[in-house]
Design a protein around this ligand. Structure first.
Ligand code: IMP
Length: 422
């Protein structure tokens, strides 16, 4: 069985925990898009692990983890992650495989990311990890791929060409001194050497694994509304975050994907700029942020918080072909008098039931809410759906009904055990 797990909101839905749980049941785990802008937090035996590039499945003995061709790799971050695992006593042996076709985030991508943000009138609020500029070079056919780091002659030529153009932009547009060829060349060749034992043709390995009836988990990063095509453009990331991205970012045919699981938080969060119709106001925002520990795993930035937006989740379900849902962080709603879910938008006197892709509309809609009574006490200790407070059960059943997807997993705390399987 080959499964894709995708975020149905703006990322940070709690995919890390779900991926960790599902990793146990499969043979291989694949990252297929994004880069070190992502941060998956996994708690095992009270120890917190944060992964930016390596699939968190690496924590499970014997599982093979892949960084697919669709990922943009910052070698320094990856090496730090490999060393961090070694320090924690986790052996990765032959279990990490990096696609030779993945693109490399270069130092100039990271600086360009930050300088562009300062210069633009409408900031995106990027993570500053060089994601956009690296993908831009990929599409512009001047990017440097992992395989290039293994060939000094090819790397020399490509880096020279890139620096010739980029240094001119740095000096003339951004008043920045640019990058020295020698330092960058030597540093990145050394990275290539360090990573060489993990670099391979991951597409061929994965297709062989499928032929051998192995089970594969494709772990999505970010969320549907950060998708480069279907997200709230331009306030998005630069990759395909929906399930289709799993095929392009790994070289697997769509007919090999058996199931897509969508992950939604029981409320909503967003980091960075861009419209957020159900965003909380003032004090309540702060209250939920602290209760849900809603601070970015990568940048530490406080996340914006709001009510669950069913219009958006429904759209995400369609875009990715989600058949099963995981509702995360239900415990954060413990003790609230009332819980709201946005079921439609009001715009210029009209009711919109479908997600409006026109940002000018989305920016100006008023959410239409269904309000339900909350529950008292904590759900964290609950392990069976039937043991949940009546109103929590009603809330989940109603969500399932309006979203037309089965709720199969409910998370009630941060550890693996604090999970209800339905
Ligand atoms: P970039 O991916 O760093 O270019 O950032 C573009 C937008 O995506 C910004 O609003 C970021 O805050 C957001 N973003 C990128 N990665 C994540 C993530 O893993 N979780 C939540 N938001 C993200």
């Amino acid at each position: 069985m080959n499964i894709v797990i995708v975020g149905t909101q703006w990322g940070d839905e709690g995919k890390g925990k779900l991926i960790d749980i599902f990793s146990e049941k499969v043979d291989c785990i694949v990252r297929y898009q994004g880069g070190s802008n992502a941060g998956h937090t996994v708690v095992v035996d009270d120890k917190e692990y944060i992964f930016h590039l390596i699939p968190s499945g690496i924590l499970h003995k014997g599982k093979v983890c892949y960084i697919g061709n669709g990922v943009v790799v910052d070698p320094a971050v990856l090496i730090e992650e490999i060393e961090g695992l070694a320090r924690a006593g986790i052996s990765i042996g032959g279990r990490l495989k990096i696609s030779s076709l993945a693109h490399v985030i270069m130092p100039y991508h990271k600086i360009l990311d930050k300088l562009r943000e300062i210069k633009m009138t409408h900031r995106i609020g990027t993570t500053g990890r060089g994601i956009g500029p690296c993908y831009a070079d990929k599409i512009n056919r001047c990017g440097i791929r992992i395989i290039d780091l293994l060939n000094p002659r090819v790397f020399r030529e490509k880096l020279k060409d890139n620096l010739k153009e980029k240094n001119e932009i740095f000096r003339k547009v951004y008043n920045h001194s640019g990058y020295s060829f020698e330092n960058t060349y030597r540093q990145y060749l050394a990275y290539g050497k360090r990573l060489s034992k993990y670099i391979c043709n991951t597409t061929s390995c994965l297709n062989r694994a499928i032929a051998d009836k192995k089970d594969i988990l494709f772990e999505g990063a970010q969320g549907t509304f950060l998708d480069i095509d279907f997200g709230t453009y331009p306030f998005v990331t630069s990759s395909s975050t929906i399930s289709g991205g799993a095929c392009i970012g790994s070289g697997i045919s769509p007919i090999k994907i058996n199931k897509v699981i969508g992950v939604a938080k029981a409320y909503a969060t967003r980091v960075g700029e861009g419209p957020f119709p159900t965003e909380f106001k003032d004090g309540f925002q702060e209250f939920i942020r602290n209760k849900g520990r809603e601070f970015g795993a990568t940048t530490g930035r406080p996340r914006r918080c709001g009510w669950l937006d069913a219009v958006m989740v429904k759209e995400a379900i369609i875009l990715s072909g989600v058949s099963e849902l995981a509702i995360m962080k239900l415990d954060v709603l413990d003790g609230l008098e009332a819980i709201r879910v946005c079921t439609a938008y009001k715009y210029k006197g009209k009711i919109l039931r479908e997600f409006p892709y026109d940002l000018e509309v989305l920016k100006n809609v008023t959410p239409v809410y269904k309000q339900m009574p909350g529950w008292t006490g904590s759900v964290t200790g609950v392990r069976k759906f039937s043991d949940l407070p009546v109103n929590a059960k009603k809330y989940l059943l109603w969500l399932q009904h309006i979203l037309k997807a089965q709720v199969k997993v409910v998370s009630v705390g941060s550890s693996r055990e604090e999970t209800i399987f339905i």
